[in-house]
Design a protein around this ligand. Structure first.
Ligand code: DHB
Ligand code: MG
Length: 230
């Protein structure tokens, strides 16, 4: 009993420490501004699920975009435009973000968010099923960075497209590749099967160097980051 209690107290303390680390890093390296705040508020008011990436994840996307000197970025899944703002802000003035979104309401929210954040000159939302829109992007390739954060079952197909639309040195990031550890086990459903297959492919594909990081706001989910080898 006493042991259980002290173990519980220890775990609570650990969770508090993790949270304060998250808050401190966010405050120092990924602070909110009006554009980001607007995107979050508008998405919430429109009833979108609160599943956008964390500010630290947004900053990491920016850092990766700058590291590969991204001029063209592809995003699969716009949601309310929050991650798109982080990505678009990493582009030079003549750079281009193309964000694909299946839901027209979300697409409009994302466009509005891009306008409010001052990136609508370089960020565009295309509405439709990603697997229908991706072949049309061949003429606009190569993309220096692709960010996958859409429906989960086709993640392996999105990866194939990211490779086809990329170049040596391109970076491919996918959200939700930890899933409390379920993304590394035998899958229980179709969504998880997509993530499990995605992780297996990026860890074994000789064209890629990859790593999955637990790095969301409670360290139970995170990005898979892959670099297309030169
Ligand atoms: C879900 C999707 C996401 O992209 C995410 O980051 C979290 C949850 C979902 O579909 O439940
Ligand atoms: Mg996600």
């Amino acid at each position: 009993m006493t042991n259980d209690n002290s173990e519980l107290a220890f775990l609570e303390q650990q969770a508090k420490i993790r949270h304060s680390i998250e808050v401190a890093i966010t405050h120092q390296f990924a602070p909110k501004d009006e554009g980001l705040r607007y995107a979050l508020t508008a998405a919430k008011q429109a009833g979108l699920p609160q599943i956008q990436i964390s500010p630290i994840q947004g900053k990491l996307l920016q850092l990766l975009a700058v590291a590969c000197n991204a001029q063209k970025i592809l995003e699969i899944g716009s949601l309310g435009g929050y991650s798109g703002i982080w990505l678009a802000r990493a582009l030079p003035p003549n750079g281009r973000l193309i964000s694909l979104e299946i839901n027209p309401t979300n697409a409009n929210l994302a466009r509005n968010a891009f306008t409010k954040a001052g990136v609508s000159d370089r960020a565009e939302v295309r509405v439709g099923k990603a697997l229908d829109l991706l072949p049309q992007l061949l003429s606009e390739a190569p993309f220096d960075l692709t960010f996958i954060d859409a429906d989960k079952p086709p993640y392996p197909q999105y990866l194939e497209w990211a490779l086809r639309l990329g170049r040596p040195g391109s970076i491919i990031v996918a959200d939700n590749c930890v899933r409390s550890g379920k993304a590394f086990e035998e899958p229980e459903d179709e969504g998880m099967a997509g993530m499990v297959a995605y992780n297996r492919r990026i860890s074994s594909d000789v064209r890629l160097m990859s790593l999955v990081l637990a790095m969301d706001d409670d360290y139970t989910d995170g990005f898979a980051i892959s670099v297309v080898k030169r």
